[in-house]
Design a protein around this ligand. Sequence first.
Ligand code: PLP
Length: 404
Amino acid sequence: MNLNEIIQKDKMYFMNTFGNRTPVAFNYGRGMYLYSTDNRQFLDFMGGIAVSALGHSHPLLVDAISEQARKLIHCSSLYYIESQAKLAEVICKASCADKVFFSNSGAEANEGAIKLARMYHRKKGNEDKFEIVTLENSFHGRTLATIAATGQDKYQKPYNPLTPKFKSVPMDNMAALEAAVNENTCAIMLEPIQGESGVNPVSLDYIKSVRNLCYEKDIVLIFDEVQCGMGRTGKLFAYEHFGVEPDIFTLAKALGGGFPIGALCAKDYVASAFSPGDHGSTFGGNPLACEAGLAVFRAIKEEYLVENCERMGLYLIGKLNALKMKFGIVSEVRGSGLMIGIEFNSDIAVEVKDKLFDRNILIGSVKTKIIRLLPPLIVSKEHIDTLCSNLGEVLHEITGGHSG
Ligand SMILES: Cc1ncc(COP(=O)(O)O)c(C=O)c1O
């Protein structure tokens, strides 16, 4: 089918929750590149929204999935699964978690985290301790509970009445958080670096104070690392930047390198609150998904992708700051590793994204002023140079050469 035929069929049969998508369909991908049905080669700085950490069609991942698919795709968790046990071990040995449960997505992992935090207090006899505090501008997913956790009106309004007992407070404001917490607060849930709302890192002091508050008041601290985990920020897990450990953290996106899998990871004292029957999933942690996860961890280790992410992130941020110096229209470059937001001081984000698309480069935009870069962790200096020279030319076109 050509692109027009695909678009016609999509409009006729697919529920329109994405609006007008970028007019392209991809046939295949290799490394940093995606290839479209109309024979264009795109340099991918969006990585399937922080999913394709190994790039596209990484041989380790492709082989792991194909070999496992030939052996056994699914059997259900009624039975023991070797790759499930192994992947849980890999995550526990690499992180502060003692136990892991696998889901199929980030929202589901967060839903599990919310359930586990509630169960932790219930099992201790605190039946009324079920309120959850989150941060404004957060994003935790699209299920009803995770929408209630997501501190953004635009996601919540259409689904009123929301799942009760969630409230969100401004980031980096300890007084607001302390005022929101009471004897019924069960958990505080946050992204160490907010992704969807434009790459907003939480400050070091704030996270440390939140950690202390949680210890003091027996509140479960949940970090949503669905986007910022798995090496994305230049550490395997984002919490490592802050020198604090959450009681629960969640993963998804890059965990399967594109194969759907999420993980709910917890310290033993919280994880042990789940008894048989308290939680479950038909697909979660099936042999195929877990082999994908194992291949991703293997590639990250063998190819030093966290180290590459840290190095390339610094290189990219340096080049973007040079563009900021040159073009007054760039107001801020922020982020960590290869999770980067660029804020403009006027509404040009979509124009920048579209102009880079015309030049065969994929990036993301957030609202009207921010663009977001989430390239695969295999990105090299050459790819970054290509992005930055094109971005410089686009900013030159938009500003009419007035560097400001
Ligand atoms: C921080 C964060 N949490 C949760 C989610 C939801 O993940 P999923 O779309 O896999 O349900 C996302 C997705 O963008 C996310 O960025």
